[in-house]
Write a new protein. Structure first.
Length: 230
């Protein structure tokens, strides 16, 4: 196991050395106390090489956005089709995502298209639930936070992961209902959960569970390697 495959993080309040594996990024994180020896900690982590290899073997596959690749998109599956031509525009035609232009920018352009669609759909979901709840939402934005599907600020801005557009539609909508309910309750109290269920119209728990079980795999779309970023 190479040392550069491990991110060493010195933590001011850590009491002991800790090893963690992030299935969303495929990276291993070694947390060490402020004054501990990094060299010793790495030697200790090397003893877990087998465990790390097993975690890596179970990782979802990197799914680069390239011609022929398929992308889950709500309740349908889109196939990327490249056609001869110079247009850089990405166009959805039924179950295909068609584009021309330079190969080097296919991944970037497909991701930009997905982000725009995510924003459009999540803005509509948010407006829908905000109207039922009788609350205002200042602004909806999308980002690419790992392990965080949505967040709601005190000022009423809601930020989602654009990757929710890769999840089944009920999962995306349940996340919007969850964040909108935070405009009323800034906690996860029983009253909050009752409001989410009321806004969503049925029990959203299975859809939140779907994200806990499958969410990490959504982070592997648009990536070209199994360990690095990109
Ligand atoms: Zn919450």
């Amino acid at each position: 196991m190479s040392v550069d495959a491990i991110d060493v993080v010195r933590h001011p309040t850590a009491r002991r050395v800790k090893l963690a594996f992030d299935p969303a990024s495929g990276r291993v994180r070694l947390t060490i106390p402020k004054r501990a020896s990094a060299k010793k900690a790495l030697a200790w982590a090397a003893g877990y090489a087998e465990w790390i290899a097993a975690q890596r073997a179970r990782l979802p596959q990197a799914r680069p956005f390239e011609p022929g690749a398929t992308i889950p998109f709500g309740d349908v599956t889109l196939t990327i089709i490249w056609r001869e031509g110079s247009s850089r525009i990405v166009r959805r035609e039924g179950d295909t995502l068609t584009l021309s232009g330079p190969h080097e920018t296919i991944g970037r352009r497909v991701e930009a298209w997905l982000r725009r669609e995510a924003l459009r759909l999540l803005e509509a979901d948010t407006a829908h639930y905000a109207a039922i709840a009788g609350v205002s939402v200042d602004k909806v934005t999308v980002g690419d936070a790992r392990g965080r599907w949505g967040s709601c600020s005190n000022s009423g801005a809601i930020r989602y992961s654009w990757r929710l557009v890769l999840a089944p539609e009920p999962v995306r909508r349940a996340t919007a209902a969850h964040e909108v309910a935070h405009r009323v309750h800034m906690d996860h109290s029983p009253a909050f959960h009752a409001l989410v269920a009321k806004l969503y119209g049925s029990d959203p728990a299975p859809h939140r569970q779907w994200l806990r079980t499958n969410g990490a795999s959504l982070h592997w779309y648009g990536r070209s390697s199994s360990t690095g970023a990109g």
